[in-house]
Ligand binder design. Structure first.
Ligand code: AMP
Length: 422
């Protein structure tokens, strides 16, 4: 049997209402914060990601779907969106026409990770990028925005972690101190952390090994080495969160995987979805745009995984509204009236009423079963005695009542009833 590729998933009609529901809420909240949607291609030239995310990160070194196309250009399916948005921002000189661009996206992403619960190779993110201001109030807005979406979805068991990575200069100084400390414990570090020690020392904080974590407990904290400006920036972010009654805890080990962060980083994690617990993450990146060839422009953003949000909602028993209900199912009583079913169906559908009927020559009983399966609000019977009297029999499937409607040329009254039922 032909199967989908490991780590990819079909979203079938039985589940699509969950996706539509989440995406609707996401779009509404982005709109209330005045973020405008941006869509970029599924793939980019590889250098877009290579130059931004950082060569030594897991994404670039192990996870990208990269291939040469027929003209021998190296192409990569996007593993994250920030780099793609920044590429578009620079290419279209978006900073010239507007000094602050608040953008959002919803898009599939691709990473060749080991598939497991909550971790896929094609997954879906929504997120925001606000480009053009270094205000700490904007860092706070991004965190509040992500928090509010998760709250509006009804997810409860969450915690907000924040940290500050300061500016690259203080981070470089700190890395030397960290390296001096870890050298003393080098032989006890896990193999993975030994590799990170050489290539990307801050990432040792992401280690899952309990021995590594034990060593890290006594490591110097980057927060103690931030410059005055960074501390002030961080203090305002925390104050705004407090003013908005968003509980957070400062986690000095929250370095996040990517190289481009400066100042604030944050993550919202769920206690309801197992090991892959991060629902969303993000932070500030004041040097990225310049690094990719644009004018120096500060930025801040976040990305959230839709699969994990849906999983958290399912695990917390949060219902997904499903408005996929049919307004009416037309049941054909006399086979010779099939053309009329078609005609009425067209008139109703043309008026925006959700209608379906039988195409399988089924018995009346089977048609009624189908109407029930589709959860139709009304059944309209086409044919029978009523029809010869010039009326249609209408059954309200919610309360079981039946009524008759005169068949007018334009079926106006039927349309009115259906509309009233919406
Ligand atoms: P990141 O870009 O790695 O910070 O990821 C942001 C969010 O995307 C995470 O918090 C997850 O919710 C989601 N995510 C990242 N990688 C995956 C994956 N492989 N499968 C499913 N969701 C993911």
């Amino acid at each position: 049997m032909i199967k989908s590729v490991a780590g990819t998933k079909d979203i079938l009609p039985v589940d699509i209402h969950k996706w539509n529901y989440v995406e609707d809420i996401v779009k509404k909240i982005f709109s209330s914060f005045n973020y405008k949607e941006i869509r970029t291609p599924i793939f980019e030239e590889t250098s877009v990601f290579y130059r931004s995310i950082g060569e030594e990160t897991d994404i670039v070194s192990k996870e990208m779907y990269t291939f040469l196309d027929r003209s021998k250009t190296s192409i990569t399916l996007k593993p994250e969106m920030t780099a793609a948005v920044v590429r578009a921002f620079i290419e279209h000189s978006m900073g010239n026409s507007q000094s602050l661009n608040k953008l959002f996206y919803i898009s599939p992403m691709f990473r060749q990770e080991r598939p497991q619960a909550g971790r896929f190779r094609q997954f879906h993110q929504f997120g925001a990028e606000a480009l053009g201001s270094n205000s700490p109030y904007l860092d706070a807005e991004i965190i509040i925005l992500a928090f509010l979406i998760i709250k509006k979805l009804g997810i409860k068991n969450i915690s907000v972690k924040i940290n500050s990575l300061g500016v690259p200069e203080s981070r470089e100084k700190y890395k030397i101190l960290l390296s001096d400390y870890l050298k003393e414990h080098y032989s006890k570090l896990s193999e993975e952390s030994k590799k990170r020690f050489e290539k990307n020392i801050l990432r040792i904080f992401d280690s899952k090994s309990p021995e590594d974590q034990e060593i890290l407990k006594n490591a110097p904290s980057l927060l103690d080495y931030l410059d005055e400006n960074s501390l002030q920036h961080f203090a305002i972010v925390k104050k705004v969160l407090e003013e908005n009654e968003i509980k957070y805890h400062v986690d000095p080990s929250l370095v996040r995987g990517l190289d481009y962060y400066t100042h604030t980083t944050f993550e919202i994690v769920s206690e309801s979805i197992g090991a892959q617990s991060a629902l969303c993450g993000g932070g500030r990146y004041d040097n990225l745009i310049e690094q990719l060839g644009g004018k120096k422009t500060p930025g801040v953003g976040f990305a959230a995984g839709i699969e994990r949000l849906i999983l958290a909602m399912e695990n917390e028993g949060i219902p997904f509204p499903n408005d996929n209900q049919l307004d009416a199912y037309l049941v054909l009583l006399d086979k010779d009236k099939e053309f009329l079913v078609n005609k009425f169906g067209y008139v109703l559908r043309n008026s925006g009423i959700k209608v379906d009927y039988d195409y399988l020559n089924r018995s009346i009983k089977a048609q009624m079963r189908e109407a029930n399966r589709e959860n139709a609000k009304f059944v309209v019977f086409i044919g029978g005695d009523e029809f010869s009297r010039g009326v249609l029999l209408l059954k309200n499937m919610t309360d079981g009542t039946q009524s008759e409607i005169l068949i007018q040329e334009n079926l106006e009254s039927l349309i009115m009833i259906m509309r009233g039922s919406n």
